[in-house]
Write a protein that binds this ligand. Structure first.
Ligand SMILES: N[C@@H](CCC(=O)N[C@@H](CS)C(=O)NCC(=O)O)C(=O)O
Length: 204
């Protein structure tokens, strides 16, 4: 059994999608980040970086419980545990990890800043809005080009797609016209129709 600490945000949804796709049994523990529950001593003992998502697998690699934070690390852990959605051959695995890191290091943080400046900043900051909206658009262009070459980010559907999907599904909040990125739109519909994704998105 996996204890899953999360809240209904794009980073949390990456993991609920993966747990559903991989058919792993899990228990959801809601951490209301709008009320500051991520700063409780109990949660900080799981993730000193006070962010969801976190998992605690009661049946870790050595039979002992293991706690994992950082959504990219959790996705790799779950893929390796189940042998699913991460190719085993080195070339395929490197490609999937490359696109996962593109999400973790670029797409997620930059789109997160766009959400912040558009929706949460206490004052309107035109420079911040412009900077992150244009970087967001550039990243959609990179993804659109890649998805013109392959059905999914790493060729076959993988944890890289699970990481990117919840962020791209929130494109209206980034003021992105998805019609300008037809390959991304095609990919978004294909992933959004998967039963495990529909279930994963609804969690929490
Ligand atoms: N790099 C982290 C980012 C996680 C993250 O930003 N989580 C947000 C919600 S989407 C959070 O818990 N924020 C609460 C806080 O920063 O206090 C990951 O991918 O797991």
């Amino acid at each position: 059994m996996i204890d899953f600490y999360s809240w209904a945000t794009p980073n949390g949804r990456k993991i609920s999608i993966a747990l559903e796709e991989m058919g792993l049994p899990y228990r959801l523990h809601k951490v209301d980040i709008t009320k500051g529950e991520q700063f409780s001593p109990e949660f900080l003992a799981l993730n000193p970086n006070n962010k969801i998502p976190v998992i605690q697998d009661q049946d870790g690699p050595d039979g002992q419980p293991i706690t994992v934070f950082e959504s990219g690390a959790i996705l790799i852990y779950l893929a390796e545990k189940t042998g699913q959605f991460l190719p085993q051959d080195r070339r395929g695995r490197t490609l999937a990890l490359q696109w996962l890191m593109f999400q973790m290091g670029g797409l997620g943080p930059m789109l997160g800043q766009t959400h912040h400046f558009l929706h949460f900043a206490p004052e309107k900051v035109p420079y911040g809005i412009e900077r992150y909206k244009s970087e967001t658009k550039r990243l959609y262009g990179v993804l659109n080009k890649r998805l013109g070459e392959a059905a999914f980010m790493a060729g076959d559907y993988s944890i890289a797609d699970m990481a990117a999907y919840p962020w791209i599904a929130a494109h209206p909040r980034q003021e992105i016209d998805i019609g300008e990125f037809p390959n991304v739109a095609r990919w978004l519909s294909a992933i959004g129709a998967r039963p495990a994704v529909i279930k994963g998105i609804a969690v929490g």
